[in-house]
Design a protein around this ligand. Structure first.
Ligand code: CTP
Length: 491
C-alpha cells in the first residue's frame, strides 16, 4: 500500500520514535504490511506504552507517541474548503437528516429564510467526514420553523419557545434548530443566560474557532462563514478558544478541547493550553456539578480514541481537578489498540489506582449511576483481593467464593487490564465457565436422600458445588456419595 506523503512522514516519525525506544517496541516497517500485523502491532504498541509509563516518561510524550503510533486523526484537506457543496453534505447524512436538510434548503432558497448549518457539522464538512448530528441556526423564530418542517415531514418536534430552541425528532435522528442567540455567564461555571441575537453573536459565543463556522443553505456551493479563523485552524490542525475566559465561563469545554484534539488528531494551541491550566489552577473545576462532569466522561467513553483522551486529560491535570486521585494513566495505556471497549473498561482503568475511599469520593463527585458506581467499587475490591485469586495453589472454589457477588463488568474489565496473567486468566475463566457451574443434584434430590428441609440443604449444595469446581466429584454418582458422606459425618 502506498501511503500519501503526510502519512509517509508520520510513518517515518513513528518508526523514529519506535527506534528511539529500542528494546521497548521491537517492530520493523514491514510488520505494518504483514496481513496479520494488526495484533502484533497492538501488543507491541501496548508493551511500548507500558514501558514508557513505567519509565516515568511524561504524559505529553506518551500522547504524542500514541498519536504517531496509530497515525491518528483525520487528514486535513490540502487547502481548506471555503465553498462547500450542499449536495456533498447531504450525501453523508442519514435518511431523517437529509429530509430536514433538504426542507430547510428549499425554504432558504424559496423564502430567503436566514437559516444556517452551524458548529460541528460545518467543521466535519470542511474536513470531508460525515457529521454526527445536525445543528441549524435561524435568525428568527426557530421553534415556529421547526414545527412547520415537522408538519411537512410528518414527524415529531419538541419545542422550547422560551429558549428559542427546537428538536426535530425524525426516524432515528434528532435535529436541532435554534434561534441565533448570544450568551452571558452570570457566574463562572453556571449555565448561560441567553437572548436572541445575530449570527455573528451566535458564532462568537461558541467554544472553539473550528466549531464557530456557519454554512448558508442557498446555492449549490455556498461560502463558509468563518469570522474566527476556523478554516485556518483546521488547516493548521489547531483547537483554539476564541476568548481567554472561555474555559472559566464553561469549564466543561476543557474536556471538549481534549475530545476534539484527540478525535481529529489536532493540537490544542499553546495559548489555549495556558488558559486551560489557568482555569484548573484557579479552581474553576470545583464549581461544575457532578452531572455535567459525568456527561463529559460519558461523551469521551463513546469515542473510539477514548483512552487517549483520558490520558491527555490526566496529563493536563484535568482529571485531577475533578478529583485529585485521578492522576495515574498507566492502566489506560493498557487499553491501546483494544477493540469493543465499553464505559466499564474506562471506569475500571480509572479505578485501578484508587483506594476504596477515593473510589467512594469519585462516585459521589460524579454522581455516578448505580451500575457505574458498582464497576468502580468492585474494580477496587478486585485489586485488593487479587492475591487471593492469583496465588499458586488457590482452589477454584476459593476463587469463585472471592468473586461471588462482584460486578461482571468490573471482573471482565479487570481481566482485560491486568498485567498479571494468572489473575487475568482466572477472572476470565470465572466469567466464562466457573460462574455457570451447578451441582447435578437439586434440593429436592437431597431431601429425597434424607437431608432435612432447612439450612442444611443449602449448605450441602454449596459443598457439592465447591467439590465439583475443585474436581473432587465428576458425576451424579460422585455427588451422591459425597452427600451420603456429609450426612453420616453430621449424624
Ligand atoms: N458548544 C459550545 N460550548 C459547549 C457545547 C457546545 O460552544 N460547551 C457549541 C459548539 O459550537 C458545538 C455546538 O455547540 O459545535 C454543538 O454542540 P455539540 O453537539 O456538543 O458539538 P458538536 O461540535 O456537534 O460535536 P460532535 O461532533 O461531538 O457531535
Amino acid at each position: 500500500m502506498v501511503l500519501p506523503p503526510k502519512f509517509r512522514r508520520l510513518a517515518v516519525l513513528r518508526e523514529l520514535i519506535v527506534t528511539a525506544h529500542v528494546g521497548i517496541v521491537a517492530r520493523a516497517p514491514q510488520d505494518v504490511k504483514a496481513s496479520n500485523a494488526g495484533n502484533s502491532c497492538v501488543s507491541a504498541q501496548r508493551v511500548g506504552l507500558l514501558a514508557l509509563l513505567g519509565l516515568g516518561v511524561n504524559h505529553n510524550a506518551i500522547i504524542w507517541t500514541l498519536a504517531l503510533l496509530s497515525i491518528g486523526g483525520i487528514p486535513t484537506p490540502d487547502t481548506p474548503l471555503t465553498f462547500i457543496s450542499l449536495d456533498r453534505v447531504a450525501g453523508g447524512l442519514s435518511g431523517g437528516q437529509v429530509a430536514v436538510f433538504n426542507s430547510l434548503r428549499r425554504r432558504a432558497t424559496a423564502q430567503g429564510l436566514p437559516v444556517y448549518l452551524v458548529g460541528g457539522p460545518v467543521r466535519d464538512a470542511v474536513l470531508g467526514v460525515p457529521a454526527n448530528d445536525l445543528d441549524f441556526v435561524l435568525i428568527g423564530d426557530a421553534p415556529a420553523l421547526a414545527a412547520e418542517v415537522a408538519e411537512e415531514l410528518a414527524c415529531k418536534v419538541i419545542v422550547h419557545p422560551r429558549f428559542g430552541t427546537a428538536i426535530i425528532d425524525i426516524e432515528d435522528d434528532r435535529v436541532d434548530v435554534v434561534t441565533a442567540r448570544k450568551e452571558s455567564y452570570p457566574s463562572p461555571g453556571s449555565l448561560p443566560e441567553v437572548s436572541a441575537s445575530s449570527l455573528e453573536d451566535d458564532l462568537a459565543r461558541r467554544d472553539f474557532s473550528v466549531n464557530a463556522m456557519a454554512l448558508p443553505l442557498v446555492g449549490d456551493s455556498p461560502e463558509v462563514i468563518d469570522p474566527h479563523g476556523g478554516l485556518s485552524d483546521i488547516a493548521n490542525r489547531t483547537i483554539r478558544t476564541m476568548y481567554s475566559d472561555s474555559f472559566t465561563d464553561d469549564p466543561t469545554r476543557m474536556f471538549r478541547a481534549i475530545r476534539y484534539e484527540q478525535r481529529l488528531g489536532f493540537q490544542i494551541s499553546s495559548d489555549t493550553v495556558s488558559d486551560l491550566r489557568r482555569t484548573i489552577v484557579s479552581g474553576y473545576a470545583d464549581v461544575v456539578s457532578g452531572d455535567r462532569w459525568r456527561q463529559e466522561f460519558q461523551k469521551i467513553f463513546g469515542e473510539s480514541q477514548a483512552f487517549k483522551m483520558l490520558i491527555r486529560a490526566i496529563g493536563l491535570g484535568l482529571l485531577a481537578a475533578v478529583h485529585p486521585a485521578l492522576c495515574d494513566s498507566r492502566p489506560l495505556a493498557i487499553l491501546a489498540g483494544e477493540n469493543g471497549l465499553a464505559a466499564s473498561d474506562y471506569l475500571a482503568a480509572l479505578a485501578i489506582p484508587l483506594s476504596p475511599a477515593d473510589g467512594e469520593q469519585v462516585s459521589r463527585r460524579l454522581n455516578l449511576p448505580a451500575d457505574w458506581a458498582r464497576v468502580l467499587r468492585d474494580t477496587i475490591v478486585l485489586q485488593d483481593i487479587s492475591p487471593l485469586i492469583s496465588g499458586p495453589s488457590v482452589k477454584v472454589s476459593a476463587v469463585c467464593s472471592a468473586l461471588e457477588g462482584l460486578d461482571d463488568n468490573a471482573i471482565a474489565a479487570s481481566a482485560r487490564l491486568s498485567q498479571e496473567p494468572q489473575f487475568a486468566a482466572r477472572l476470565a475463566r470465572y466469567l466464562e465457565v466457573w460462574k455457570q457451574v451447578r451441582p447435578r443434584l437439586t434440593g429436592d434430590d437431597l431431601r429425597t436422600m434424607g437431608v432435612p428441609t432447612g439450612s442444611m440443604v443449602g449448605e450441602i449444595l454449596r459443598e457439592l458445588l465447591s467439590a465439583k469446581l475443585d474436581g473432587l466429584v465428576g458425576n451424579e454418582e460422585g455427588e451422591r456419595a459425597l452427600v451420603n458422606q456429609i450426612i453420616s459425618r453430621g449424624s
